[in-house]
Design a protein around this ligand. Sequence first.
Ligand code: ZN
Ligand code: ZN
Length: 311
Amino acid sequence: MQQHILCSKCQNKHSVYFRQYSGEYLCRSCFIFSIEEKTCRTISKFSMVNYGDKIAVGVSGGKDSLSLLLVLKHLFERKKTNDIIAITIDEGIAGYRDESLKIVKEFCSRLNIKNEIFSYKELFGMDMDESMSMRPSEKMTSCSICGTFRRRAIDIATDYVGANVIATGHNLDDQLQSFMINVISGDINRIGWTYPEPIYYGTKKIKKIKPFIEIYEREIVFYALQQNIPFQSEQCPYQNESIRSEIREFFNSLEENRSGVKYNTYNSILKISKILKNMDNSLKNKCNICGHESTRPICSVCNNLKILKND
Ligand SMILES: [Zn+2]
Ligand SMILES: [Zn+2]
C-alpha cells in the first residue's frame, strides 16, 4: 500500500499508512511514533498518570491491551518514573482462554513485565461456563455477566498487586459504542463515568484510565501489526451479535465517506460526558452487600450473583 509515496512527516522513507482524516502518508517509524506520542498527549491532557503511580495494565491478549502494554512500556521506561504490571483475568471459558493466557505470558516475558492472573472462579466462586449454565434466562446475556465480573475482577486485582492506576485498552471506537449503548438504554449516569479524566475509586483511591481513548481502533490494529504483536485467533464462544457490533459498523460506514466523523462525535461526547460527570453524585453510594461504589442499593456484581445462585 502506497509504496511509492514518501512519508509526509520525514519526507524520507516510503509510507506504509494513509491517515485519511489528516491526509498524511506515514512511514513505519513515523506511524509508530505518532501513536505513542498521541497516547502520551492523552495521558497528560487528562492527568491520567502522576509521578510514582504504579500502573496495572488489564491485558486480555487482544490487540488493544497488548499494544497498550507495549506503548506504556516505551513511554514510562524512558522516564523510569512508574512501575508497570500486567493483570489478566481468566473467565474460565474452556478452550478459549488458554490461548490468550499463553500469548500474554510470552509477550510479558518478552517485555520483562510481571504478569498476574486472577480467575472468576477464585473471586466469585463460579467461572463463566458455570454461570452460563446457571443463568435463569437468556435475557441475562453472556457479555453482560462477563463484563460486570471483569470490571470487578480488575478492581480486586489492581488492589491486590498494590497498584493505584488501572489502565485498559479502550479506544475511540469503543467510546463511541459505549456512549450510544448508554443513550439507547437510558443509562445517563454512566455517560458521566466515561469522561476520560480519572475518577478515584474506593478507599485506596484507584484511578481507572484509558490511554487509547483518542485513537481509532483501526490505527491500534495497524500499530499491533507493525510491532509484530501476536494476535489471538480463537473467538470467544459466548460472543453474541450484540448491538455494539451494529454500532461499530454504523460508525465505520459513516467514517468511510466522511473522514473525521468519529473524531467529531468523540469531541461532542467529551463535552456531554464532562457536564454529566459534574452533575452526578451517584458514585458516593455504596452497595449494601459488598460495599463497592454503586448507583443502586445492590451493585451489578452482587445482583448477578444473587440471580445466578438463585438466592
Ligand atoms: Zn516518516
Ligand atoms: Zn455489591
